[in-house]
Design a protein around this ligand. Sequence first.
Ligand code: UD1
Ligand code: UDP
Length: 354
Amino acid sequence: MKVVSVVGARPQFIKAFPVSRALTGRHEEVLVHTGQHYSEAMSEVFFEELAIPTPEYDLGVGSGTHGEQTGEMVTRFGELVAHEDPDVVVVYGDTNSTLAGAVVTAKTDARLAHVEAGLRSYNRSMPEERNRVLTDHVSDLLFAPTERGVTNLETEGVENVHLTGDVMYDAILWARTRAADHSTVLEEYNLTAGEYVLATVHRAGNTDDRERLATIMRALGETDREVVFPIHPRTTERLETYGFYEDVERQLTLIEPQGYLDFVRLLDEAERVATDSGGVQKEAFFLDTPCVTLRDETEWVETVDAGWNTLVGADEDAIERELGREVSLPEKPELYGDGDAAERMVALLEEHDG
Ligand code: UD1
Ligand code: UDP
């Protein structure tokens, strides 16, 4: 079987590596990087530490408006698919790279498999929600990480849905001990385990709104603990444009975006995490770190229902209150499979081959 895998943004490198490993030696995989993320700390570092082969193609698309970025990917990926003629194209998650891969594949004979299918925030103003819905509705094989994902797709009348578990859980099982054994990130930034809050903020809904971003930054700056903030380039750019980068730098411990193992180590040892990331909400759950989510809704509703995640939006009081609240760690249900999601996906690809 010839598999073309499409990645482009940071979380996709992490989602793809367990699948790449499961394919190795059994099938031919052509890894394609759209170039959506291109800074060393947002791209190259992951290929080095996850020991996945350098992508065979880098489409070099880079940043732009949604239309420019997605359109450019469609053009370049379209040519590639015509040339490679794969049996199946695998796309991951909900970024513009996911959508471009899906749109192109939908117009060829290749099958389209969507990893992380069925997720819904039910907030259509999120670009990711539109990307997910569109991708799910043109996919031939849908790999849902959760029961909720399966139910969401059933409600929309989508067929060929398989509950596989979550590849990010596969990834964390690989990374957690490696990070504990090899990462020196705590020493590097002089941090004490259990005594800092980790923060990540990059979602368009938070960063494109000056007031909302200002409120979140203020609330983080007012917490008693040290707040360590590996800052996404999008957020750096917005803070500079809005003119409050220096204020934030004074109040928070701003650090570069981290590699995966260092980030996992930071999250594992944090007293708490405040984030608007999708992946980080789940990783916090896997690593027993209580999560405060800087959004009004989430696709990962199970983490909230289980008591491991609290939605606070950009409400200054709620952020401060939740970050300061004592939490006793609730029981942990098995929500995201058993760590074999990638193997299950490859078995399903084989079953549906030809
Ligand atoms: C994208 C995804 C988002 C995902 C996030 C993961 C879409 C619509 N959004 O958002 O779902 O959660 O990736 O991190 O696909 N930039 C750099 N260097 C880079 C990449 C980006 O400087 O390597 C800066 C540029 O100024 C760029 C901005 O970040 O304009 C935004 O990048 P973009 O890829 O458009 O969206 P993200 O916010 O990263
Ligand atoms: N991550 C990382 N370094 C960082 C921040 C995040 O390696 O500095 C990893 C994190 O462990 C998770 C993924 O990147 O696996 C999440 O990516 P991001 O928050 O950018 O995107 P989202 O999940 O919201 O789409």
